[in-house]
Design a protein around this ligand. Sequence first.
Ligand code: DC
Length: 231
Amino acid sequence: MNTDKINIAVDGFSSCGKSTIAKGLAAKVGYIYIDSGAMYRALALFAIKNGWMTEDYINEDELIRHISDIKIEFKPNDDGTQDTYLNGENVESEIRSLQVANGASRISTLGFVREELVRQQRAMGEQKGVVMDGRDIGTVVFPDAELKIFLTASPEVRAKRRFLELQSKDIDTTYEDTLANVTERDYRDTTRKESPLRKAEDALELDNSYITIDEQLQWAVDMFNKITKRE
Ligand code: DC
C-alpha cells in the first residue's frame, strides 16, 4: 500500500456542491479540507467593512496597501465542521451572505488579490494531504495535484440548492434572486481575465445534477483509491 500523501483539487461552478464533496472526501481519507472561496469571501468582507468596496467601486489602492494585514484561518467548531476566521474573529456566518458572495466574485477578478491568496493557498498545501476546493485549484494553485475533480450541475439545480441552504440559515432571499446571483457569478468566474474558471485538462469531470451525495462521495473515494493504489 502506498501511504504517500497527495493533494486533491476540487473545482467547479458556484453552488455545485464542491465543499460537500471536498469536505466528505477529506474526512474519509484523513486529509485537511481548505475552502479557498472562503478566503476570497473573507477578503471581500474585510474590504466592505473598511469601506473600500461598495456596490460599484473598489478602492484598489487601499486594498493593495492592507492586503498583507489580513490573516485567514480555519478552525474546527463544535459541529465537527470548520469556521473561517478573519484576523482572529469568527466570520463564518457573515461571509455566507449574498452581498459578500457578490463582493468575493468581484474582488477575485483582481490580479494582486489572486496573487496573494494563491501564495497563501500553496503554503497550506506544501506538506500535501490537502483537499482544496475553488475555481483555479487544478489549473493554478496546484497544477501538479495528483487528483483533480471538476464538478458541474445545471444553473437551476445549483440555484435551488443554494436557495435551500440560505433559507436554512434564515437568510432572506428568493429563488429568482438566487438564480440571478448564480448566473451572474458564472459569467464573471468564466470570463474574468485572471485565472478564469475552466476545467484542467487532466481533471475528472462529474455532473452531479441528478446523483446523490453518497454516490458522488463513493465515486471520489474510488478515484482516490485508484490514484493512491489503496484498493
Ligand atoms: O466558492 P465560493 O462561492 O465560496 O467563492 C466565492 C467567490 O470567490 C466566487 O465568486 C469566485 C471566487 N473564487 C475564486 O475566484 N477562486 C477560488 N479558488 C475560489 C473562489
